[in-house]
Design a protein around this ligand. Sequence first.
Ligand code: SAH
Length: 266
Amino acid sequence: MNTENKTIHDFELNLICDFFSSMERQGPGSPEATLKALSFIDNLTDKSLIADIGCGTGGQTMVLAQHVRGQVTGLDLFPGFINIFNRNVRKLGLQDRVEGIVGSMDNLPFQEEELDLIWSEGAIYNIGFERGLNEWRKYLKTGGYIAVSESSWFTDERPKEINDFWMDAYPEIDTIPNQVAKIHKAGYLPVATFILPENCWTEHYLALKIEAQKIFLDKYAGNQIAEEFSALQSVEDELYHKYKAFYGYVFFIAKKISPFPNPQTR
Ligand code: SAH
């Protein structure tokens, strides 16, 4: 039974990986949005240690690495993504200071107070926004930054269809002021917040996803699990077009200003 489950589980992970690995990025974002988030961060030097958590194939990591000095470690759960990541690193000649490693965001291989910057685009939801903020904080030096993008509600109320979709997919989605309050509660100074422009979804994500979907469906023609997975992707895309006034991705940039947790949370 165990073996059977494991096989199915592995196959699904491989399917997901296969679907997204032909895409330059695996979530909404753009080089411009990455650089805008980076513009709020100071004090980086060639000695800085930077981690990109849930880096995927590293679309945003490469942009980041080309605009900062210092050592950059990309970490992702999927070995297939990390292989592509490291291939891209070599193509760009960044192998002296950029490396992709396989690992899990709930068990990071870093030392306490080691990192100058934690980056994570469209990935913290895998552990949960508040849990990620709380657990990752100890790896940051005092004065270090965290920059994460996360799905957010733009309004206090929204149509039932989209509300139900998110309550099922990721009930921790919240409004921007509530997310900023969580950042403060987790012991950071909220530094900047901006909504990712629509082209981060349409041009840099959904358009690539449609291409990836064609390749995927050709490859897995007749495979029911693959077809269901692909259909789910289409539902997500349609919902975005229908309800984009109510939700999107938001970049949050925050600074660890004290080694001690926020006194209000003790
Ligand atoms: N940051 C990339 C990828 C976002 S998609 C981009 O913006 O394009 C979310 C990523 O989180 C995927 O690559 C997925 O493999 C990774 N992921 C999921 N669970 C994870 C975990 N527990 N630890 C590390 N990475 C994880």
